[in-house]
Design a protein around this ligand. Structure first.
Ligand SMILES: Cc1cc2nc3c(=O)[nH]c(=O)nc-3n(C[C@H](O)[C@H](O)[C@H](O)COP(=O)(O)O)c2cc1C
Length: 208
């Protein structure tokens, strides 16, 4: 039997730095047009901020071919690929459009805005207009984009919403492995309700 001192189970170790990411991030495909051709890269540093109108923030290496396209058109697409697309998606992270033509990897359709090729095979594909480019002096630009269009595959919709089980997105973890999304463990805005009532009383509300 392995003996682990109780103290070791509870203490934290200070690391020099985080390796890549805080455990997991979603994998998306960012699409652009560069020199008249579609180009796609895989990107994990994506978040939405502000829901109405919805905006995305994406962090893109300054030297990426994609970055040239985004700056050229002030637009990009963000698509959520399904696990069936994993090999092609990983390929988009291994090679640069500067050296290899990635324009024929995916069937695309046009958004109302130029420079944001939408991916037909992706369960969710969106077109964004750049509203701001942020440079804090590192290796990446942060592009803030307003989401102008959202397209969801009909077969991936349940009750008028994209259905996680049908979309089958995947994550990238801090050990550089791709992962499926795990089991449901609770309902947001419900699991803390009893605590909220017992600790703050029935009348208090924060609006949620
Ligand atoms: C799983 C994965 C996640 C990635 N996430 C990012 C990211 O968030 N930002 C970034 O700039 N590059 C990221 N990359 C690297 C780019 O996808 C890669 O450099 C790509 O070849 C750039 O293509 P481009 O030069 O055609 O734009 C990631 C790569 C992989 C495999």
């Amino acid at each position: 039997m392995v003996f682990i001192p109780l103290l070791m189970l509870m203490t934290h170790k200070k690391l020099e730095r985080l390796h890549h990411r805080l455990l997991v991030s979603p994998c998306v495909l960012v699409g652009t047009m560069v020199d008249g051709r579609e180009n796609f890269m895989v990107l994990a540093d994506v978040m939405h901020f502000q829901y109405s109108p919805m905006h995305f923030a994406i962090s893109c290496g300054k030297n990426h071919h994609t970055t040239r396209g985004i700056q050229e058109h002030g637009a990009f697409s963000v698509s959520v690929p399904s696990v069936e697309m994993l090999e092609l998606v990983d390929y988009c992270g291994l090679v640069s459009g500067a050296n290899q033509d990635k324009s024929l990897l995916f069937e695309v359709f046009q958004a109302s805005i130029a420079g944001a090729p939408l991916v037909r095979d992706a369960p969710i594909t969106t077109a964004c207009k750049v509203v701001q480019e942020v440079d804090i002096g590192g290796a990446n630009y942060l592009f803030l984009g307003e989401v102008l269009e959202v397209h969801v595959m009909e077969r991936c919709i349940t009750k008028r919403k994209p259905d996680l089980k049908k979309c089958k997105p995947f994550l990238i973890s801090n050990d550089n492995t791709y992962r499926l999304v795990g089991d449901k463990v609770g309902d947001a805005y419900r699991e803390g309700m009893v605590l909220k009532r017992t600790r703050t009383g029935p009348s208090s509300s924060n609006g949620n």
